[in-house]
Design a protein around this ligand. Structure first.
Ligand SMILES: [Zn+2]
Ligand SMILES: [Zn+2]
Length: 142
């Protein structure tokens, strides 16, 4: 599966055929995206590779530890390493939307009043552990 930022300088490839994704409805993800939620997924670090533009990626880290990586030319969110064994990938950067399935909604308790949450996927008032989330997202992916 391939993905890229809006301007196309940052491109990458993921070995997985299918990916489970989650929507995070927290206030930080709202500010960052300017939208109702941030849609993302995790892939094993071994299954991820940059195709171009890794040097065009810059990042912003909040005092809370909240981390955002983005293309310095177009501002699109791009993948970033999450812990030792995963890459976090913004779902909207992936080309083939037919291979993505919503499995979880995080921070339902702090969602925007105007945000209508889809009925697909498990809803969490806050968030599950990273282990629980990645297990849910990777379940039944071939
Ligand atoms: Zn770009
Ligand atoms: Zn969030």
């Amino acid at each position: 599966m391939k993905g890229q930022c809006l301007c196309g300088k940052v491109t990458f490839e993921v070995a997985s055929e299918r990916l489970g994704i989650y929507h995070c409805h927290c206030s930080q993800c709202r500010r960052l995206t300017g939208s109702a939620f941030n849609a993302g997924c995790f892939t094993q670090a071994d299954d991820f590779k940059w195709s171009s533009g890794e040097a065009e990626v810059t990042s912003y880290i909040e005092k809370s530890g909240y981390h955002s990586a983005f293309c310095k030319h177009c501002g699109s969110s791009v993948p970033n390493k999450s812990g030792a064994s995963y890459y976090w990938i913004p779902a909207g950067t992936l080309d083939d939307t037919s291979k993505l399935e919503v499995r979880a909604h995080l921070f339902i308790d702090s969602k925007a009043e105007w945000d209508i949450v889809s009925s697909k996927g498990t809803q969490y008032k806050t968030k599950p552990t990273l282990e629980e989330l990645t297990t849910l997202l990777h379940k039944d992916n071939s």
